[in-house]
Write a protein that binds this ligand. Structure first.
Ligand code: XMP
Length: 529
C-alpha cells in the first residue's frame, strides 16, 4: 500500500470529506451493518453519536446522514433524539426504522404503538416507484420489519412512498427537504433488494462517487493520528492478536518512532507466540518494543485460584500493574492506542452512551486508560474484524498474524481448568500446538473460526503397554461463527480429529484421553471458563 505523505494526505482530506456519510446511532443492533453496506458501496462512513450538533456535522462535511434504528419509542421522555436543526443543513437524510419515526415526529408527523407488532419478512408495495430512492427497485418485494411503533400520520410535509399490509407508511419522503424514511431495514439481507435502496440513497440522492477504498481509510486514519498526536508519544499494548497488531502497524505508519509498544508476556501465551510478535514488531516494524517478562508474577497471583472470574480479575489486575510499571519508564506518554472494533463498542453498549464507556470490557485491558490518564486513540472503532484483517494485509502484516483465530486476553488460563500451574500450562501448550499444526496441515484453519485445546481438571484411567495409567484429559474445541455471539461446533473430518488425538496422546506426556466438544453457543460458550 502506498502511504500518503502529509501533503498528499492533506489534499486527499478534501476529497474524502466530500464523500463522507455519517450514521447517527440510536442504539441499533444494525448500525454496524448499515456502515458495512455503505462501505461495500465504496462510500466512506462513520458512526457517530445520535446527539451530534449541527456544528460538529458541518465540520465533518458529510454528503449524507443516516439515522439508525433503535430500541426506544420516540414518544418516551427518555428517547434519544437528534438535534432538530440537522434537517435544515441541506444534507440528505435517510431515517431507518426508529430513525424514520424520529424524522417524521420531529417534522410534524405522529408516531404511535401498533396493536400487532410487525416482525420478520413482510410483503411491501412501492406506491411511488418513480422516486429516485426506488430506482430499479421491485414494485412488490419482501422487506424486513422489526417494529412495535409506526408513523400513523405523516403530517403536512411528507409523502408516503410505500406500504405493507399493516403499515400504511413503510417509506416516506419530505416534500421540500431532502429527507427520507424507511420503516423497514434495507441493511439486512432479508430485505431482498435492500442494497439497491441504500445505493440509491447514496448515489441518486447524495450523489456519491463510490470510489472509496480501504486504503483511503488507512490514509485518512494516518492523517488524523498525525494531526492529533503532533510531537507526542503514543503507547500501544501488543497481545499477539490481530486488532492490536493492526493498530500498532497503523500508528507506526503515522508517527514512526514516536510509538512505543508494550508486550506483557504473562506466561499464558501460546507456544512461540511472543517470539512471533517480537520478530514482527522489531524486525519488520522497527518499533520501540518493551517486552515485560512477567510469567512468574502471573503464576504467583494465580496460585490456588480455581474460580474462573477470580482468575480473570487477577490476570486483568496484574496486567494493568505490569503495563503501568513499564509505561512509566517511557517518557512523556500522552496517548494510548487501542484496537477497539465496532463490535466491541456495541458489546459495551457505548455507541449511544458515548466515548467514555468504550473500553473493551471483555478484555483484560479494561480500565487501563482511565487508570493511566492517557487519551485514547482507537482508529479501528468503525471497522469489522474482516475489514481489520484486510487493512492489516495492506499495512504489510504477515498472513500468519492477520488470519489468527481470536485468543482471549486471559490466555491459556481460561483453558487450563481449575488451578493454573506451569506444569499444566506446558501440557496445554503442547496439545494446543498439535491441534493447530494439524488443522493447518489439513488446510482447514481458515474454514474454522476458533480452534484450541482445553486441559480438564480431572484424570481418567487408561492403559499404556501393560500398565494402568491415571492421567489428564484434553478436549478439542473448534467452532464456526460469524460474530462470536453464537457459534456452532465445526464438523471436522474424522481423520483430522484422529490425527490430533493420536498425536496428543503419543507426544504430550501426561495425557491419556482426548475428547471433542460438540456443544453450540448458546447454551455453551466458546471458552470453557
Ligand atoms: P465466549 O467464551 O464468551 O467467547 O463464547 C467469545 C469470544 O470472546 C473471547 N473471550 C475473551 N476475550 N478476554 C478476551 O479478550 C476474555 O476474558 C475472553 N473470554 C472469551 C473468546 O475467545 C471468543 O473469541
Amino acid at each position: 500500500m502506498s502511504v500518503a505523505t502529509p501533503q498528499a494526505a492533506g489534499q486527499r482530506q478534501v476529497a474524502l470529506q466530500a464523500q463522507r456519510v455519517l450514521i447517527l446511532d440510536f442504539g441499533s443492533q444494525y448500525a454496524q451493518l448499515i456502515a458495512r453496506r455503505v462501505r461495500e458501496a465504496k462510500v466512506y462512513c462513520e458512526i457517530v453519536r445520535h446527539d451530534i450538533t449541527p456544528e460538529q456535522i458541518r465540520k465533518h462535511a458529510p454528503v449524507g446522514l443516516i439515522l439508525s434504528g433503535g430500541p426506544s419509542s420516540v414518544y418516551e421522555a427518555s428517547a434519544p433524539k437528534c438535534h432538530p436543526q440537522i434537517f435544515e443543513l441541506g444534507i440528505p437524510v435517510l431515517g431507518i426504522c426508529y430513525g424514520m419515526q424520529l424524522v417524521c415526529e420531529t417534522l410534524g408527523g405522529k408516531v404511535a404503538s401498533v396493536a400487532t407488532r410487525e416482525y420478520g419478512r413482510t410483503p411491501c408495495q412501492v406506491t411511488s416507484p418513480a422516486d429516485p430512492l426506488f430506482k430499479d427497485f421491485p414494485r412488490e418485494t419482501e422487506v424486513w420489519m422489526s417494529h412495535g411503533d409506526q408513523v400513523q400520520e405523516v403530517g403536512g410535509g411528507f409523502l408516503p412512498l410505500a406500504r405493507t399490509g399493516s403499515c400504511p407508511v413503510a417509506a416516506v419522503k419530505h416534500e421540500k427537504l431532502p429527507v427520507y424514511g424507511l420503516q423497514f431495514h434495507p441493511e439486512v439481507t432479508h430485505t431482498a433488494a435492500g442494497a439497491t435502496l441504500l445505493r440509491n440513497f447514496l448515489f441518486e440522492i447524495c450523489h456519491c462517487d463510490g470510489t472509496w477504498e480501504l486504503t483511503d481509510f488507512a490514509e485518512e486514519a494516518i492523517r488524523q493520528i498525525r494531526e492529533r498526536v503532533g510531537h507526542g508519544r503514543v503507547i500501544c499494548g501488543l497481545s499477539g492478536g490481530v486488532d492490536s497488531a493492526v493498530v500498532a502497524a497503523l500508528v507506526y505508519r503515522a508517527i514512526g518512532d514516536q510509538l512505543s509498544c508494550i508486550l506483557v508476556d504473562n506466561g499464558l501465551l501460546r507456544k512461540n507466540e511472543s517470539a512471533l510478535v517480537v520478530d514482527e514488531f522489531t524486525n519488520h516494524f522497527r518499533t520501540d518494543l518493551h517486552v515485560v517478562n512477567a510469567e512468574g508474577r502471573f503464576l504467583d497471583v494465580l496460585r490456588g485460584v480455581t474460580e474462573p472470574q477470580e482468575k480473570r480479575r487477577r490476570i486483568g489486575h496484574t496486567f494493568i500493574e505490569c503495563f503501568r510499571e513499564e509505561a512509566t519508564k517511557i517518557q512523556d506518554v500522552r496517548f494510548l492506542a487501542q484496537g477497539t472494533l465496532y463490535p466491541d463498542v456495541i458489546e459495551s453498549g457505548a455507541a449511544v452512551d458515548g466515548p467514555a464507556a468504550t473500553i473493551k470490557l471483555h478484555h483484560n485491558v479494561g480500565g487501563l486508560p482511565e487508570q493511566l490518564g492517557f487519551e485514547l486513540i482507537e482508529p479501528l472503532r468503525d471497522l469489522f474484524k474482516d475489514e481489520v484483517r484486510r487493512l492489516g494485509l495492506e499495512l504489510g502484516l504477515p498472513e500468519s498474524l492477520v488470519w489468527r483465530h481470536p485468543f482471549p486476553g486471559p490466555g491459556l488460563a481460561v483453558r487450563c481448568l481449575g488451578e493454573v500451574t506451569k506444569a499444566k500450562l506446558d501440557i496445554l501448550r503442547e496439545a494446543d500446538t498439535i491441534v493447530l499444526e494439524e488443522i493447518h496441515r489439513a488446510g482447514l484453519y481458515r474454514q474454522t473460526s476458533q480452534l484450541f485445546a482445553v486441559l480438564l481438571p480431572i484424570q481418567s484411567v487408561g492403559v499404556m503397554g501393560d500398565a494402568r495409567t491415571y492421567e489428564n484429559v484434553v478436549t478439542i474445541r473448534s467452532v464456526n461463527t460469524d460474530d462470536f455471539m453464537t457459534a456452532d461446533w465445526s464438523r471436522l473430518p474424522y481423520e483430522v480429529l484422529a490425527r490430533m488425538s493420536t498425536r496428543i496422546i503419543n507426544e504430550v506426556k501426561g495425557v491419556n484421553r482426548v475428547c471433542y466438544d460438540i456443544s453450540t453457543k448458546p447454551p455453551a460458550t466458546i471458552e470453557w471458563e
